[in-house]
Design a protein around this ligand. Structure first.
Ligand code: NAD
Length: 478
């Protein structure tokens, strides 16, 4: 036996993918599909592992990378690309599977995919990262693993708009004349075919999802809370892309931000924190600690255990676990991050009657707006370009007629609001809001009717039902 095999046998390996399969199996028992269909939904359809050489300085480095297409029941496949030393086949398979279920939940007509390159991007210059990214993209092209109708990557951990731009350019260079080439990847800068509203999409989706729960009177009654978002006391962990925008939309819409946690520590104030002042303070001092009038916690995780109505973990995985779940005082947990609760914490909190709004649904704002970006790329026109002026003229006509009939004029502010025709960002927000509200009620309906005991299982049931029906209606090739 080789050394590697001996070591692997000695150390039991936790499989993320098997973890996803276990959650799937639990939910599948509430569905009607035959075993074969369920096995097909669970399986990863294509797994591409590659190794390619890149010259770094005066050495040649062999780079390990993956692209997994979990489900071809709808095409293209969709999912981010992460750059991290933790990337391995099991992780990419699990994340690709979760993308299939996430897309189904929010009615985005894609199969799930995910990619990863096993590098620490901080160890490379931008020039070296560009070489690695472009080589990865050309490997995907060679094997037909990328394309607007095949598989459409997006940013994830360690990648952003810059990397997506390199991928789009590599693809377009290798496919000269392909008119839809920009639709081969999403999360691009707006100047390179990206869509307005993508940056804040995930945080905004988190807000829309939790707001819908808070607007559902029956659910609030069970928790002993008033209906509506206004006045709800919120703690947010992480002031990055997801956490900052989630906090911003809660704050701007009348919720009270009582606690904020970052890696350097946490702050809490019963009276509420001014989010923008905290962000300014952090910019000026490099820390959220030392913010006037707030109680502070050197151990950032203590912040999560303070009194609040809503807790939004939007930073790391496994932050609420068997060790602290009992001390969480929130009545609602909105999973902004992927996997912030361990299965043990889930069980403890469910028993306590806490409503956990699952990541698979709640942080789907990013992929929803990616879908809008892809539509924009295929239609080759900015959203709102055709109808904005038409709407404004119509609205002016209606307003002037009504003012004439009633003999009264609205204020300038009201006039501007009524007249305003939709810009791209208005349409993106509106599409995202509708998606998050609609999907919330689909999951809630499944919770009430399927027998599932929590929202996570109910969300899985929704996903399995949609993918299962797609397979049935697709028919299976002989
Ligand atoms: P990010 O890097 O922009 O933000 C993460 C933030 O967490 C940073 O500000 C970081 O300083 C902070 N942080 C690190 N350690 C911390 C600690 N111990 N306590 C408190 N804060 C800490 O990342 P992001 O894009 O906001 O992603 C956050 C999570 O959301 C991840 O799990 C990611 O997979 C998930 N997610 C992101 C998106 C997206 O569109 N960005 C979409 C879906 C899911």
């Amino acid at each position: 036996m080789s050394d590697t095999l001996t070591a692997a046998a000695a150390k039991p390996h936790y499989s993320f993918f098997h973890g996803v399969e276990r959650n799937f199996d639990k939910a599948a028992s509430y569905t009607r599909f035959e075993k074969g269909i369920l096995e097909q939904i669970k399986a990863c359809n294509s797994v591409y592992q590659m190794k390619f050489p890149v010259r770094i300085g005066d050495k040649i480095e062999v780079i390990e990378a993956y692209r997994v297409q979990h489900s071809h029941h709808k095409l293209p496949c969709k999912g981010g690309i992460r750059y991290s030393m933790d990337v391995n086949q099991d992780e990419v398979m699990a994340l690709a599977a979760l993308m299939t279920y996430k897309c189904a939940i929010v009615n985005v007509p894609f199969g799930g995919g995910k990619g990863g390159i096993r590098i620490n991007p901080k160890n490379y210059t931008p020039f070296e990262l560009e070489k690695i990214t472009r080589r990865y993209a050309s490997e995907l092209v060679k094997k037909n693993f990328i394309g607007p109708g095949i598989d459409v990557p997006a940013p994830d951990y360690g990648t952003g708009a810059r990397e997506m731009s390199w991928i789009a350019d590599t693809y377009a260079s290798l496919k000269p004349g392909e008119v839809d080439a920009l639709g081969c990847v999403t999360g691009k800068p707006v100047t390179q075919g990206g869509v307005r509203g993508r940056t804040e999409a995930t945080g905004l989706g988190v807000f829309y999802g939790v707001r819908e729960l808070c607007n559902t009177a029956e659910d609030m009654k069970k928790l002993g809370l008033n209906t509506g978002i206004e006045g709800k006391r919120v703690i947010v962990q992480g002031l990055g892309n997801v956490g900052y925008y989630a906090a911003k939309f809660f704050y701007d819409n009348g919720a009270i931000i009582v606690g904020l946690a970052e890696y350097e520590g946490g702050i809490y104030s019963d009276k509420g924190l001014n989010l923008y002042d905290v962000v300014e303070h952090r910019k000026a001092t490099g820390s959220i600690l030392g913010f006037a009038g707030a109680t502070e916690f050197k151990n950032s995780f203590d912040t999560l255990e303070q009194p609040c109505d809503i807790l939004i973990p939007a930073a790391l995985e496994n932050v609420i676990n068997a060790g602290n779940a009992d001390r969480i005082q929130a009545k609602i947990i909105g999973e902004g991050a992927n996997g912030p609760l361990t299965p043990e914490a889930d069980e403890i909190l469910n028993k306590k009657g806490v409503i956990v709004v699952p990541d698979m649904y709640l942080n789907a704002g990013g992929v929803t707006v990616s879908y809008f970006e892809w539509l924009k790329n295929l239609s080759h026109v900015r959203f709102g370009r055709m109808d904005k002026r038409f709407s404004e003229n119509q609205n002016a006509f209606i307003l002037n007629s009504v003012e004439g009939l009633i003999g009264k004029k609205v204020t300038d502010r009201e006039r501007n609001m009524i007249m305003h025709g939709p810009d791209e960002v208005d349409l993106v927000y509106s599409g995202l809001e509708d998606t998050m509200i609609g999907s919330y009620h689909e999951i809630r309906e499944s919770l009430l009717s399927s027998g599932a005991s929590d929202m996570r299982t109910a969300a899985f049931v929704v996903a399995i039902n949609k993918v299962g029906v797609a397979y049935e209606e697709l028919g299976i090739f002989p």
